[in-house]
Design a protein around this ligand. Structure first.
Ligand code: ADP
Ligand code: MG
Length: 171
């Protein structure tokens, strides 16, 4: 009988340690997927004075704004930022538009921040964006769509460096 209860205790201890092991692994995965992404509140949204409402969406979703500034950029600077779209029909218009009024550039940090931000933003065209997303609620049309968000971790690093020095990122 004593032998059986020893086996039972040993099994329970093994099970408990296994569970702990799973938790440790999960924590590691989460640490690895902590990311930063570049967000821009576009001229249509700054004109409506809704930067606070948009920031609240990020914070409610667990993203932390670790850098933020309200600036104006020239059409030439917008052209450099959107250089990947150089060949697209909408390139000139988006560059003119992004330099037509103040924008708020910001760095968001959190678990899977790149994808999470894209989900909070919604589809490029507000008409196709899911209910409850920023673009659905605040965007006007496919060009004036309230926010920009990096589309990959690699591009996020490039876009963050376009607007911020490492000293300006306050974790
Ligand atoms: P997203 O901002 O969703 O990543 P894209 O990278 O494809 O979308 O495009 C960059 C920006 O250019 C969009 O957010 C939008 O403001 C503008 N844009 C994209 N497609 C069009 C289009 N067909 N007509 C006008 N403007 C567009
Ligand atoms: Mg894009």
């Amino acid at each position: 009988m004593k032998f059986l209860s020893d086996i039972l205790v040993a099994s329970l201890l093994f099970f408990a340690f296994s569970l702990q092991g799973i938790d440790i692994n999960r924590t590691n995965i989460e640490e690895i997927s902590e990311q930063r992404t570049l967000s821009i509140i576009k001229p249509d949204a700054t004109a409506k004075n809704i930067t606070g409402s948009i920031n609240a969406r990020f914070e409610q979703a667990g993203l932390k704004i670790i850098a933020q500034k309200r600036i104006c950029i020239t059409q030439e600077q917008a052209g450099k930022f959107y250089a990947v779209h150089r060949e697209k029909a909408f390139y000139d218009n988006i560059c003119k538009y992004m330099s037509s009024g103040p924008i708020v550039v910001q760095v968001l940090q959190g678990i899977n921040a790149v994808l999470k931000n894209r989900e909070i933003m919604g589809a490029t065209n507000p008409a196709n964006a899911a209910i409850g997303t920023i673009r659905r609620d605040f965007g006007e049309n496919i060009e004036h769509n309230a926010v920009h968000g990096s589309d990959s971790e690699e591009n996020a690093a490039i876009e963050i460096a376009f607007f911020f020095s490492s000293l300006e990122l306050i974790d």
